[in-house]
Design a binder for this molecule. Sequence first.
Ligand SMILES: *Cc1c(COP(=O)(O)O)cnc(C)c1O
Length: 387
Amino acid sequence: MTKKNRKNISTMAVQAGIGQDPAYHDVIPPLHLTSTFEIQGIEKKGPYEYSRTRNPTRDTLARALADLEGGANACVTSSGMAAITLMLHLLNKDDLLIAPYDCYGRAYRLMQALSDKGHFHLQFVDMYSKKGLDKAFALTPRMVFVETPSNPVMRTADIADICKRAKKYKSIVAVDNTFLSPVLQQPLALGADLVIHSNTKFINGHSDVVGGALIAKTKELWTELDFWSNSLGVIGGPFDCYQTLRGLRTLELRVKRAQESAAAIAKMLAAHPRVAKVYYPGLKSDPFHAVAKKQQNGFGAMLSFELKGGLAAARRFVEALEIFSLAQSLGGTESLINHPATMTHVAMGPEARKAAGVTDGLLRLSVGIEHADDLILDLENALKKVK
Ligand SMILES: *Cc1c(COP(=O)(O)O)cnc(C)c1O
């Protein structure tokens, strides 16, 4: 999917801001912790004045993320939720936003709460079938929020099809690309207008920063978002940006290594007698295999599976693991396991969980970059303890 006039992802990530320091010619872009900048005289404006508005370290990360996603520019925010908050400020009170019925829980709640206050109209829809999309677009949305693959059962929405439909209605399409990163999916090239990242996940990749970004395809859209980012103060701190830029340099290596292990794990689980179901579009038997193969450069490092034996089995399994840590979040170098029914999706209630496919035996893995053999052995040993 890489355009001919663009460098490869790994080169862009490694080279972001390298050798551009005008003061001391640092090879690595320096960390600018200052909140304010000295102005060289009245009516003599420099490039930087105040760090809420603009900061060199944040700018370097924004440029890097915009380049990786093929956008005009980016706003770097204090979290993924802050990026979604920023995005929602493009809407007027009469505009309709459509979003997937199974989108990220906190995004779901934020949209619902702001819509309840009259900030915009909102409809949760099915984006995984042509019929669902026909119905959704008949509502003439101003903005379409897409999250693919979905969490935790890895439903995959067809980004190009959604963008083609959106063009007819002049709707803005925003894609949350957190699960795959620009290494594996580039929504702007598929026709989207905005890309959202929780930098907390694969972008930083070391589970030591909470951050986010909103990348705009056009300068016009970015200018509007930049106004809101500065006005609301929805911005990433310089130290977080510095740390994230450091993590970003190895993005491709990390994602590719983790995805290789995830594929091997999915295969092992799919053949295991104590596993009822595996959700990983990389498996040929997965209902979303074809669409994922069409629009992605790989199937990623996230997968879910359902143990036979429900909650009791899940509890025994998790307790027996030695490498995978039971924790929220994803996309770090270390492998994590999540029990959605009692952790990330507990607020949904049993009925909504059932509709979303979140059973008591469902477990989600964020595969890290440890050796695949060790990860598989850890899972196999734990499976032996599940009766
Ligand atoms: C984590 C996550 C978010 C929210 O990001 P934070 O950095 O935690 O605010 C949004 N979307 C997806 C898909 C996520 O996984």
